[in-house]
Design a protein around this ligand. Structure first.
Ligand code: PRP
Length: 191
């Protein structure tokens, strides 16, 4: 049974969607599978899941409750200085993790990996603290836009090289609250 409302209940937000790519049920099923895999693989290792705000919020919240072993969670926040600096792989750390990561089994959780620049920068910093292990879990992956190779231990879905919103993914900060993921209508999305 659906936990949220049917798409049409989301009014003008749903009206902006041209095509639903992943329904609430499809996302929930995949998150359940990833949670089960993490519970199996990290049993006895008390993993520390680290998410990057803000897009990761719904995925992290759902994933946590699909994990059945002891674990901990923390968050980072970044902002890019400028478009150019981001393209050069530089981001500004707005909020660092609070839990020490030395000798911990770290699972980095992302909503989407696009060019890989953000993650590459953050992983480099985390590695310097010598965690026991460092792996990546992303719900959505845009492989065609990758500039830096990133090894993914867990992946939900591959996305086309299109602008998608919902389930944490935004367009100008809106649409994060949709429980499904879809393509925006061209008259709304202005690159
Ligand atoms: C998204 C996502 C990643 C990053 C991936 O965040 O959460 O952190 O972009 O892009 P990249 O692989 O090209 O570096 P965004 O900057 O949209 O911020 P948000 O999570 O607050 O929406």
């Amino acid at each position: 049974m659906s936990r949220y409302f049917p798409p049409e209940a989301y009014g003008e937000l749903a009206d902006g969607i041209r095509e639903v790519l992943f329904t609430e049920e499809e996302i929930e099923e995949r998150v359940r599978e990833i949670g089960q895999a993490i519970s199996h693989d990290y049993n006895g290792r008390n993993p520390l899941l680290i998410g990057v705000l803000k897009g990761v919020m719904p995925f992290m919240a759902d994933l946590l409750r699909m994990i059945t072993i002891p674990m901990e969670v923390d968050f980072m926040a970044v902002s890019s200085y400028t478009v150019e600096s981001r393209e050069q792989g530089m981001v500004r750390l707005e909020k660092d993790v609070e839990i020490p990561i030395e000798e911990r089994h770290i699972l980095f959780v992302e909503d989407v990996i696009d060019t890989g620049l953000t993650l590459n920068y953050l992983l480099r910093n985390l590695r310097a603290h010598e965690p026991a292990s460092l792996e990546v879990c992303t719900l959505f992956n845009k492989p065609r836009r990758r500039l830096i190779p990133i090894s993914l231990k867990y992946k939900g879905f591959d996305l086309p090289d299109r602008f998608v919103v919902g389930y944490g993914l935004d367009y100008r900060e809106k649409y994060r609250n949709l429980p499904f993921v879809g393509l925006l209508k061209p008259e709304i999305f202005q690159p």
